[in-house]
Design a binder for this molecule. Structure first.
Ligand code: OSB
Ligand code: MG
Length: 366
């Protein structure tokens, strides 16, 4: 099957509430969708790069540029996700751009073959338990109200974003208010250094599931040193950009849990490699999120349904992010989301809704 061409579609989606992390505040999702077109089927991928290079080096304009200039022209003549993965390998970096293109190709391939993404990846669950990521707030009462609302909706695990000045107090407040049974974890997005170890150790009193990415993206050795000084398990997000880095982190003892985001590691094939590696080493996994639309969310649910994903993910319902999504919204039931079962990623954008949020499109013929 030959690829006819690829469409890059930039969209702007307002978030239901501002989302503040240690690296910035988002009020709108500026995202890039990739559509791979073949005579028999088309496939979709969502590029999770954000507007600014604050979470990782990638940003949306840069992703669009590397896609149109290098990645799309390098696509193999024959539609096959493994060949796409191989063809993109010589280009250094840009995992989010690569992941979007590979996923769109994989989606088209699976739709032609009549296989779901879950079946392709080896998913074993038909629904996945969901957590929710709670941004940094202006006050503790505002935080407690927000957490209470999410618990009422059924979320099974709460993740608090933290930064210096917003860490021990919000964790204590949430633990005291909602009790010892609440599954609670925190995410620092690389806001601390190893000299903060004594301060971070204060979080050990609150029975957290994990601390996510306390130190800088490239601090694998420092994370291993920090792990020895805390009883709370360390989880890495930003630091793990490939299966090779996952292997290094496991060997060094930098983490005992990994947040897998397909965009961050270059796609679902690399995510599956990390899954197999982590499972063999007894390292727990969960599926992270990047404020995806229904397109990215659908594929992430298939990943989260693999057997090594043993902790609730940041795979929240569509309405946690968007009043109107570009697909049929994913809805929480008993704290779970259903894994799509139809071929490919198992969902399509609704064209009218997609057109409403589209800010530009570009067609690259092959
Ligand atoms: O660090 O996990 C993160 C959102 C954007 C960038 C980085 C992160 C996040 C989240 C939200 O925590 C995850 C989600 O609900 O999509
Ligand atoms: Mg994170």
């Amino acid at each position: 099957m030959k690829i006819t061409g690829v469409e890059l579609r930039r969209i702007a989606m307002p978030l239901v509430a501002p989302f503040r992390t240690s690296f910035g505040t988002a009020t709108e999702r500026d995202a890039l969708l990739v559509r791979v077109v073949t005579p028999e089927a088309e496939g979709w991928g969502e590029c999770v790069a954000m507007s600014d290079p604050l979470y990782s080096p990638e940003y949306v304009d840069g992703a669009a540029d590397v896609l149109r200039r290098f990645l799309i022209p390098a696509l193999p003549a024959h539609l096959d996700a493994h060949r796409v993965n191989h063809a993109l390998r010589p280009f250094k970096g840009h995992p989010m751009a690569k992941a979007a293109l590979e996923t769109a190709a994989l989606d088209a391939q699976l739709r032609i073959g009549g296989q779901s993404m879950g079946s392709f990846l080896g998913a074993t669950a038909d629904r996945v338990p969901c957590g929710v990521s709670v941004g940094i707030m202006n006050s503790l009462p505002e935080l407690l109200d927000t957490v209470e609302d999410y618990i009422t909706q059924g979320y099974l695990r709460i993740k608090l974003k933290i930064e210096p000045g917003w860490d021990v107090a919000p964790v204590r407040a949430v633990r005291e208010r909602f009790g010892p049974d609440l599954l609670l974890q925190v995410d620092a997005n690389a806001a601390y250094t190893l000299t903060d170890a004594p301060h971070l150790a204060k979080l050990d009193d609150f029975d957290l599931l994990l601390i996510e990415q306390p130190l800088a993206n490239d601090d694998l050795v420092q994370h291993a040193q920090l792990a020895k000084r805390l009883t709370t398990p360390l989880c890495l997000d930003e630091s793990i950009d490939s299966a090779a880095h996952a292997a290094a982190a496991i060997t060094l003892g930098s983490c005992s849990i990994i947040n897998v985001k397909p965009g961050r590691v270059g796609g679902y094939l690399e995510s599956r490699r990390i899954h197999d590696l982590a499972r063999a080493h007894g390292v727990a996994l969960w599926c992270g999120g990047m404020l995806e639309t229904g397109i990215g969310r659908a594929a992430n649910l298939a990943l989260a349904a693999m057997p090594g994903f043993t902790l609730p993910g940041d795979t929240s319902a569509s309405r946690r992010y968007y009043a109107t999504d570009i697909t049929t919204p994913f809805e929480l039931s008993d704290g779970h989301l259903d894994v799509p079962t139809t071929p490919g990623i198992g969902i399509d954008p609704i064209s009218d809704l997609l057109d409403e949020v589209t800010t530009s499109t570009e067609w690259i013929a092959l």
